[in-house]
Design a protein. Sequence first.
Length: 121
Amino acid sequence: MKLKTARIIVEPIELTKARWRKGLLGKSKSKLNEEIISVPNWEILGRVLSPPRLQILGRILQDRPTSIADLARIMKKNFKNIHSDVKFLASLGLIELREEGKRKTLVPIAKYSGFEFDLAT
């Protein structure tokens, strides 16, 4: 799977809603297949993409762990903390969790090769 780059925009919820309305009406100016992640302010962005979560995203891309436990071992971190952050990142759509094997082990898969931050908003 070829990885894309996601564009992260910090904008008020009203602008996000307006962009959605334009898109639903076919009047969007964004590129086809462009992935846009919108957050309402810089504080929330800092919480969502905290340094430990950015490290997790990088290690998933770099090391391609075979499970969440493997990722915790690679990072030499507590499994519970890594598991919690991985589930959170998956819930946001920043990574994919794929079930593999007879035991249905959850394997974290990178969806993006990087992120672009739109600082102009």
